[in-house]
Design a protein around this ligand. Sequence first.
Ligand SMILES: Nc1nc2c(c(=O)[nH]1)N[C@H]1C(S)=C(S)[C@@H](COP(=O)(O)OP(=O)(O)OC[C@H]3O[C@@H](n4cnc5c(=O)[nH]c(N)nc54)[C@H](O)[C@@H]3O)O[C@H]1N2
Ligand SMILES: Nc1nc2c(c(=O)[nH]1)N[C@H]1C(S)=C(S)[C@@H](COP(=O)(O)OP(=O)(O)OC[C@H]3O[C@@H](n4cnc5c(=O)[nH]c(N)nc54)[C@H](O)[C@@H]3O)O[C@H]1N2
Ligand SMILES: [Mo]
Length: 770
Amino acid sequence: MSPQDPPSDQTKPDDVSDLPHDSGPAGGWGSLKGIARIFGDQWPSPTVTDTLRRLNKPGGTMCASCAWPKPANYHAFEFCENGAKATIWESTSARCTPDFWDDHTVSALRDWADHDLESTGRLTAPMRYDADTDRYVKVSWDEAFSEIGTILKGLPPEEVVFYSSGHAGLEAAYLWALMARAYGNNNLPQSSNMCHETTSVGLTKVIGSPVGTVIWEDLEQTDCFFFFGQNPGTNSPRFLHPLKAAKDRGAKIVTFNPVREQGLISFVDPQDLHAMTTGEATVISDQYHQLRGGSDIAAILGICKAVIEADDAIGGVIDWAFINEHTQGFEDFIDFARTTPWQAICAECGLPESDLRDAARVYMQAERVIGVYGMGLTQQTHGSWNIGMLTNLLMLRGNIGRPGAGICPVRGHSNVQGQRTVGIAEKTKLIPMDKLRNLFGFEPPQQDGLHIVDAAQGLIDGTVKAMVCLGGNLMRALPDTDRLEQAWPRQRLSVMISTKLNRSHLYPGQSAYILPCLTRSEVDDQESGNQWITIEDSFSMIHGSRGHRKPASPDLKSELAITCGIARAITPANPALTWEAWQADYARVRDLIEATYPDDFKDMNARMNQPGGFWRGNPAHERVWKTDSGKAEFTVPDKLNALDFDDAPGRFRLLTMRSNDQFNTTIYGYSDRFRGIEGTRDVLLMNPEDMAEAGLSHGDIVSLVGDAADGLPRRLDGLSVVHFDLPRGTVGSYYPECNVLIPVGLHDQLSKTPASKGVPVRIQATRPTA
Ligand SMILES: Nc1nc2c(c(=O)[nH]1)N[C@H]1C(S)=C(S)[C@@H](COP(=O)(O)OP(=O)(O)OC[C@H]3O[C@@H](n4cnc5c(=O)[nH]c(N)nc54)[C@H](O)[C@@H]3O)O[C@H]1N2
Ligand SMILES: Nc1nc2c(c(=O)[nH]1)N[C@H]1C(S)=C(S)[C@@H](COP(=O)(O)OP(=O)(O)OC[C@H]3O[C@@H](n4cnc5c(=O)[nH]c(N)nc54)[C@H](O)[C@@H]3O)O[C@H]1N2
Ligand SMILES: [Mo]
């Protein structure tokens, strides 16, 4: 192998010859094998088992993977397959040291796969890009901070963006936002801009809450879950435990998803010796409705219509007391439901009327219903209407703001919700500016900042000159990859605070820095000792977290320390901005958080290690609606799907998927065992009748071509066609590879969340397999 070669052959995946779909349950021995494989690949430090033992328990480390809540009554092992993978991945014994660059240029590394880049191991020292040699070279922290400071102070603040991926704790996030405002902008986009921004904006519009209303006790009391476009088996596997408990006590689960996701079909609890020995699986969904991609508005409307018809016929079905006291806009909605014909509803969602009536029956029989949703609803051009429709359904029977009922968006990154709570927001109306003024004695900027989609457009237009990124991998996570790859290096400065090498490092700005940080499971030693940080989970519970492992390199800094280092270099001298003192003791930052948000964070330092976390509260949970009208609002959408395009011959609805072997742009491996796809990610999942109609056979190699209204060329080559159980007209392929097909302007109309689950594409046959 020459030094320029990627380290593995996994960039050249096996041809897909036959892909038997693994019909085994989620969890079970498969999940243990999945963990063991990553363990074998990464040779993690032996202390990783100790980290895993403490994961998600008071006094331990909160998992850096998803944001699923951590129950007060935890299991012996309170982690899942994918949490274990994430922990092992960051505890790897591999290191990407400054010597790595002796053998590799930045341009050559662009041929490497995402998996291979991160497999080089943990970054160990701060690095600066050297254009003459096309390599990164080691730089001291002091030099890095001072050079970054000089460049940023020379730029107009409105041309600089401070992005945050949802990893860093509340303390670092609070200071990150404070730094941007003291520097002079509100350009604080976050990963949620690509994710649950639809919730932050759309749910706030209808019930006045940017976050879900459900808490752990509700899961224990509910008698029915409705799942729309969320995949717990892969993305929040610890959710399967309360789902199993709900099934054991007789609760019902109804799922709407174009893809039959194994975690929503059956589950074997790996912690249950009896189930593991006998292989006895719990059936999860009582009904599984494979609707067409993007058609949830129609499906939910059908259920609502059946409920309304039942109320018309027998009465007592709709909760009129709730509707009259708490809501507005019901007249228009009931009119819309009555006048939309069944035929139009069924044609759009591809489900028969009887399926929607079956779902309505379960809904009406249940006393307490929880509506769960994820990216299937949020990442659509009319994602906010999707959320409005799900809220409509729940409100029909008063299923918001009472025990065992509510709406449950399942969040992504472990602290993505919390970072927003403590000030990472581009919208000024979300920030208590008066508090900042009083606490720190400066005038915070009044102008709204850039959303990540605006920042991407600004990079393309040349109006954004510097991206400073607290985690993440925007070059892969954002839409329109090709355009971004052209635009990103034109910046004056790019700064990435990272743990591992990723593609965003390979498109350096004119000046570029990689600043390596500690991970959450590592000791964070500051003047006052090993520091606690805090995070907020999907149920708005706040948890303390502390690392116990030796850092991957003595040259790493914490995210908070790096934030303070940059802040000192770019913010005006101000006796109230005591960056050194905050870095010395994070408890002081928690005091600031409490002072800024007293209602949410009362006694934060004292309460943060409470088992199960402490609850920040949520007015909508108590039926207090912080909406414009002061009521919960019904939504009447303009159309029956959430897409911005119509059906046309040869046009498909592409949904971009996560495999069971990735965390966003971090690709652990090439095994998506629940979907039976092994050894490759370059696949196009397709309905067999669609394949026949297009003259395609299983294993043919095709290209996907973008078919968006802007008419710009977009294509992705080299995909193997896989016959798959999908509704007709809907195709699936993996994120982030597919981002090249998504226009930066294709996003939810209210929140600008990219419509990654509703992309118009055409298929071009390249060559049949031999
Ligand atoms: N292991 C692992 N865990 C993760 C992540 C990861 O990448 N890997 N990512 C984290 C992050 S940041 C996030 S935001 C969450 C994401 O977690 P999820 O919200 O579960 O996101 P996805 O898997 O992208 O999509 C969810 C489901 O939507 C379905 N879907 C697609 N289109 C439609 C549609 O039109 N209608 C309906 N009803 N369903 C549809 C898909 O088939 C899929 O099952 O997970 C977090 N947890
Ligand atoms: N087509 C399509 N596009 C999507 C999506 C989709 O479903 N389809 N999903 C969207 C969603 S939901 C999201 S949230 C975004 C994700 O977008 P991002 O949050 O920007 O991306 P990640 O892949 O989570 O970031 C991975 C990088 O984070 C760094 N990292 C890992 N751990 C840490 C840490 O502890 N600290 C720091 N500072 N850095 C760390 C590593 O260097 C790693 O390479 O992508 C979005 N893009
Ligand atoms: Mo996300």
